[in-house]
Design a protein around this ligand. Structure first.
Ligand SMILES: NC(=O)c1ccc[n+]([C@@H]2O[C@H](COP(=O)([O-])OP(=O)(O)OC[C@H]3O[C@@H](n4cnc5c(N)ncnc54)[C@H](OP(=O)(O)O)[C@@H]3O)[C@@H](O)[C@H]2O)c1
Length: 329
């Protein structure tokens, strides 16, 4: 039981969040019941932070596990940090979506609720990257703020303790920070040694927004549709391998420890390696030199490009990420 060894981070309203979470997206290949079984084992092992989302299609299965664990007396609701997210087709129905997640997970509040993507453009699960929503729109701040006001109401009426964003950029966050009554506590973003997003990462820390790192291992099990020939493989990086050999651990453990020491909260998904990953959060330290060496292996290699959110013909996925510092419309 490693629970008491897992460090915590303090969010902008004072809540404490465990510095490693358990991802629950089965990447279209791990069925919902198997993800739920992994969640159960992970909680028994000591994980106390779950990263859920309605679109992962397994909140009901995870809910059965949570109910069983709470009823068994193994732990109480207050001992777990549970995140969920509103999907793109529900930006106008945030409370309905949140209540559905709560019902499915069989809990009466969420610790953190995120707007999963800043675009309201629905696409069906498991669709190809060429799929486009017929009503696709760009990011429109006025619309996003309408969604955010609904998020704020969830906090006001006690359904959710903290709210946050995901897949945002600096210009989008600047607008949100200007108009939000409740500032985002976290931004969930792709972060791994080959994709370090240094500007956005620093921006988040400066504005008291905790970065949560998805694909912290470079998502080796991601669906085929999210693979391109130019993608690099974090876990085969020579710098990670040489640090791992010196410390007699694995490159994955090095990547996770780097994430935690840098200040982001990794949420690795794992059926087979979850103990190893928890070990990385609770033992050994990387040296200052290791941290510098890893900072130099950034390859700006975004894996989750988000093509399905594009809203016009002949666009490229870079348009989603405001690379010139301005929102592309
Ligand atoms: N907000 C968003 O838009 C967004 C987007 C993507 C993901 N997420 C969240 O982030 C979580 C993590 O992302 P991800 O699952 O794509 O990527 P990931 O955590 O980087 O990679 C998971 C894969 O790595 C393998 N793995 C785990 N630990 C390992 C280890 N120690 N050594 C070798 N392989 C290991 C797993 O295999 P085994 O199962 O065999 O261990 C699995 O195939 C998701 O589950 C989801 O909760 C959020």
């Amino acid at each position: 039981m490693y629970t008491h060894l897992v460090p915590k981070r303090i969010l902008n309203k004072g809540d404490e969040i465990p510095c490693i979470g358990f991802g629950t997206f089965g990447s279209d290949s791990v069925p919902p019941a198997s993800v739920a079984e992994a969640v159960k084992k992970a909680i028994y092992a000591g994980y106390r932070h779950l990263d859920c989302a309605s679109v992962y299609g397994n909140e009901k299965n995870i809910g059965y596990v949570l109910k069983e664990l709470f009823e068994s007396g193994f732990l109480e609701r207050k001992d777990l940090w549970i995140t969920s997210k509103v999907w793109n087709d529900m930006h106008d129905y945030v409370e309905e979506s949140c209540r559905q997640s709560l019902a499915d997970l069989q809990i009466d509040y969420l610790d953190l609720y995120l707007v999963h993507w800043p675009f309201p453009n629905y696409h069906p699960p498991e669709c190809d990257v060429t799929a486009r929503s017929p009503n696709a729109k760009p990011f429109i701040h006025e619309n996003y703020i309408k969604t955010w006001r609904q998020m704020e109401r969830l906090v006001d009426n006690g359904l959710v303790k903290n709210i946050g964003t995901s897949n945002m950029t600096i210009p989008k966050l600047n607008l949100l920070l200007k108009d939000a009554k409740i500032k985002p506590a976290c931004n969930e973003m792709e972060l791994h040694p080959h994709f370090q997003q240094p500007e956005l990462f620093k921006f988040c820390l400066k504005n008291n927004i905790q970065p949560i790192a998805y694909c912290p291992l470079g998502s080796p099990g991601r669906p085929e549709r999210d693979r391109t020939p130019d993608d690099t493989v974090d876990l085969e990086d020579e710098v990670l391998i040489s640090i791992a050999e010196r410390l007699k651990i694995t490159p994955a453990e090095v990547a996770l420890k780097w994430a935690i020491q840098r200040g982001q909260i990794p949420i690795p998904f794992s059926i087979n390696h979850f103990l190893e990953n928890l070990f990385a959060a609770t033992s050994f330290d990387l040296t200052a030199k290791d941290m510098i060496d890893i900072s130099k292996i950034d390859k700006n290699c975004r894996l989750i490009k988000g093509q399905v959110f594009l809203w016009k013909e002949n666009q490229s996925w870079e348009d989603l990420w405001d690379l010139n510092g301005e929102i592309v419309s």
